[in-house]
Ligand binder design. Structure first.
Ligand SMILES: [Zn+2]
Length: 87
């Protein structure tokens, strides 16, 4: 069975970790000038850590809950930060 090895506690923990990571990521957005909204330089180490935590735990949830909604924030390549539309 797919859930073998993933206890209910582990799934619950994974859900919490993904939710916590998503909440933290909401406070770490590209703010322009190569800076995160928390004033760190991009890529923000905190945001990256959140993405890793979220991905690691999402993988566990993905095995048992295929329809889980994944966070939209992704690690960005250097120089590809978002810029507001001109004009
Ligand atoms: Zn940040």
């Amino acid at each position: 069975m797919w859930t073998e090895g993933a206890s209910a506690d582990a799934i619950e923990l994974a859900h919490r970790q993904v939710a916590a990571a998503a909440a933290m990521l909401a406070q770490h957005r590209p703010a322009g000038g190569g800076l995160c909204s928390c004033t760190r330089q991009l890529p923000c180490s905190v945001a990256l850590a959140c993405v890793r935590v979220s991905e690691r735990h999402s993988r566990l949830l993905g095995l048992t809950h295929p329809t889980i909604v994944l966070p939209l924030v992704r690690e960005q390549a250097p120089g590809s930060e978002e810029t507001p539309p001109q004009g």
